[in-house]
Design a protein around this ligand. Structure first.
Ligand code: ADA
Length: 552
């Protein structure tokens, strides 16, 4: 950790423009308001639910070579330093680090222009039919720190044999590394050992002294400090092993059963700029209710959120941005290039977080088409190449029509019996769910798939908070469904877990473009958007607490 780090969160000057800006700031901009950073400008009074460009500006006092990190903006952003364009961010939720010379020590002007208008082209990363709101804003924090003439690109620690503390350490510097000849590496507070650098890089198998395993019940973390020419870089990591054996998941050689939720990092009033206190509360609520996993749907998670999951021992499925992507995108070369780049960046960003046990991508893409195989195969390959220690998957909604199940390590089905299919009656029909899940289990048991774990990665029903009566849209209908699902999956011989859809209600749209949702929210939450528990939350929590559900 570099003690010269400045967190630029707070109140920035702000102005909203109806139009998109190009590579220079419009002349004569008058910043007529203020806005919170992190924050979504389309939740501010004067630009509420409008589409256009939010321009944020603040002063920063710093000099010389610096690294500016934007942890996530949306939908796209342009970054200016003293009016000069220094970065163009073309993907929502993705972390970007920009290195440049800030100039002489004085008050400089940092301006970030973010735009939430849709690009209706196949290569777009965020489409208007995505069933989660396309907020405009600076979703996550921005920091800046002074650097030397060289800087750290990454310092990754991959657990090879956690019990013995054997790890693969990968370090890469960038910038002027000519004078960087060796690196000294220390684990925790142990003596450092020196190693030669080659072209500013090092890769080797090292031993962590006094290794302590990371696991949900005892989330032990280690630290590694690398020092080059007097400059030190520290990263946390965890020693744990996630693997697949005979069609099941194993964590540290113990069979793993996932009972979790899909969680949008969202809130009705904050959009995707969820305060850290609320993120912590979400993790605590889930952990104390007995859930053991969060699928970060459907975009990369912030480093802070993953660090909190590391500390809490909450398992995470992290995935790159995508939702229902159609053949026109799946076969578009620029879309393929962007997806591969963003997915690799996600893995490099999160690789040290032991809580992340599964990599995902392209939620519910057109995986029933042969033409989708090229991109799905490339994404699985780039993840395996970047990180050979974690399984990869993509949640699909094509059931038996899917033709890409062989490309992932885990078979993950999103399915909505009792809501979109079956259960045509106004009241919950368990037979519809039993039949649907039985078909998926049978498919996953075929020879070509039987060695892959099976996850029900989404299942649920809408429920309006406070509505009772047992009919569709009521809390008790949703609770009847989710209770049946948990009982069924817990007794399944084939399933390795279930991730309920979804943790809490999240903003979407009322429009023919998306999936019409009452009140403009996807209300399949076990809690409402303000985290008020529905009947389903109470029932599942009771089941997870009071019965010895199969958690092997
Ligand atoms: C899909 C999708 C989710 C959500 C869900 C629903 O499975 O992956 O993001 O849209 O359907 O509520 O319909």
């Amino acid at each position: 950790m570099n003690d010269q780090l400045q967190d630029l969160s707070g109140m920035w000057e702000f102005v909203f423009l109806k139009d998109e800006i190009q590579d220079s700031l419009p002349a004569g901009l008058s910043f007529d308001s203020f806005a919170p950073v992190p924050g979504c400008f389309d939740l501010l009074p004067d630009s509420y639910l409008r589409r256009g460009t939010g321009i944020y500006r603040r002063k920063v006092e710093i000099s010389g070579p610096v690294a500016l990190t934007l942890e996530g903006v949306g939908l796209r952003g342009k970054v200016f330093w003293d009016g000069v364009l220094i970065a163009d961010i073309d993907c929502a939720f993705s972390q970007r680090c920009v290195r440049f010379d800030a100039g002489a020590l004085s008050e400089h002007e940092l301006t970030v222009a973010v735009n939430n208008e849709f690009e209706d082209v196949p290569s777009a990363m965020f489409f208007r039919n995505y069933d989660f709101y396309a907020h405009g804003g600076i979703y996550r924090k921005i920091t800046i720190r002074k650097t030397a003439e060289f800087d750290l690109e990454f310092l990754n620690v991959l657990p090879i044999d956690p019990d013995s503390g054997t790890v693969e350490l990968r370090l890469k510097l960038l910038g002027d590394t000519a004078a960087c000849k060796e690196v000294s590496i220390a684990f925790d507070h142990n003596q450092p050992l020196s190693y030669k650098l080659h072209d500013g890089g090092f890769c080797g198998t090292l031993k962590v002294p006094s290794p302590r395993l990371w696991a949900p019940a005892h989330p032990e973390l280690h630290r590694v400090t690398a020092m080059v020419n007097g400059i030190s870089f520290t990263r946390e990591f965890g020693l744990r092993k996630i693997e697949i054996k005979n069609g099941s998941l194993f964590l540290n050689n113990e069979k793993l059963f996932l009972i979790g939720v899909n969680r949008h990092d969202a809130h009705p009033d904050f959009g995707y700029a969820v305060p850290q206190s609320l993120q912590i509360q979400d993790i605590v609520m889930l952990k104390s209710a007995g859930f053991n996993c969060i699928r970060g749907c459907h975009y990369p998670q912030s480093d802070d959120f993953l660090s909190m999951c590391d500390r809490a021992g909450m398992l995470v499925w992290e995935e790159s941005l995508g939702w229902g992507n159609r053949e026109s995108s799946m076969t578009d070369e620029l879309f393929q290039k962007r997806q591969i780049f963003e997915t690799e960046q996600m893995a490099l960003k999160s690789i040290n977080h032991p809580c992340v046990i599964i990599w995902g991508f392209l939620n519910e893409c057109a995986s029933e088409l042969q033409s989708s195989r090229t991109l799905i195969k490339s994404l699985a390959e780039v993840l395996h190449r970047t990180d050979p220690t974690r399984p990869v998957t993509n949640a699909n909604y094509r059931g038996t029509r899917d033709c890409c199940l062989d490309l992932g390590d885990i078979i993950s089905f999103n399915t909505y019996p009792g809501w979109y299919t079956g259960g045509s009656d106004q009241f919950f029909d368990p037979e519809a769910v039993r039949k649907d899940l039985g078909v998926l289990e049978e498919l996953a048991s075929r020879d070509e798939y039987k060695d892959k774990p099976l996850l029900i990665s989404e299942i649920g029903a809408e429920a309006m908070f406070g509505l009772r009566g047992g009919q569709r849209w009521s809390e008790d209908y949703q609770a009847d469904l989710q209770e049946f699902v948990l009982r069924y999956v817990s007794n399944s011989k084939r399933c390795s877990g279930v991730l309920f859809w979804q943790y809490c209600d999240a903003r979407t749209y009322i429009s023919e473009q998306s999936q019409d949702k009452a009140c403009g929210f996807n209300m399949k939450g076990l809690l409402d958007g303000y985290r008020r528990p529905k009947e389903a939350w109470r029932r599942l929590s009771a089941m997870l607490k009071n019965t010895n559900l199969r958690l092997d």
